[in-house]
Ligand binder design. Sequence first.
Ligand code: CUA
Length: 248
Amino acid sequence: MDRSERFVLLASGAVMLGFFAALIYAAIGLGLSVPTCVSVAPFTTGQVIDRGGQRYEVHLVAKMWAFDPPEIRLPTGADVDLYVSAQDVTHGVYIEHTNVNVMAVPGAVNAARVRFATPGTYTMLCHEYCGIGHQNMAGKFIIGAAPPAAVASAGAATAAGADLFVQKGCVACHSRDGAPGVGPTLKGVLGRHETLADGGSLVVDEVFIRQQLRTPNATLIKGFQPVMPALPLTDAELEALVEYVKTL
Ligand code: CUA
């Protein structure tokens, strides 16, 4: 090998070593991390903040298998700073008819900016495989619509239960119209005769619904996998869900 060739090889090798040394020093010695322009700290609660003048800040939490908040209502022309984080595993957020397509990563915040110029319902989907309920993980932006009318005939607990059913992600696995899903449909669940995985059978009552919510896989219905997560529910939330599920 020519002397000048050897010199160039050694010199470029030394430069690379210098780069790596600087990188390691910056990461460990100086504690620097990848620069970001997102100034919002990681969060675990979803919220919509009105910044005035048609500007909104949306903190969106992705979790198995729902978005929090699940439904976001904004006026037509809303300018949205969207901040996305995740509670458990990596999810994705895609909002149809917009340029929003970001990952939702636990402990990190990703941002996107979007203007909803046209009224309508924009479905929001998870586009990163995140477990058995992934294909049903969805939410929506409702633009320019009036707030929903209160359900007049239903009790307060039932209405709260209906909200929780979506917020807690139950909707991802349990249909309310009899359609098959990851878990049993909840249409007409009260009083239904079920065959159990261990060969026994029972009639679903309020006590059984409550027990399935608290200790999801203690009693398995035949034909279903033990995949239901135990949800952190307050006693009031549990009762609201039970009241709601009974009405289905
Ligand atoms: Cu969340 Cu897929």
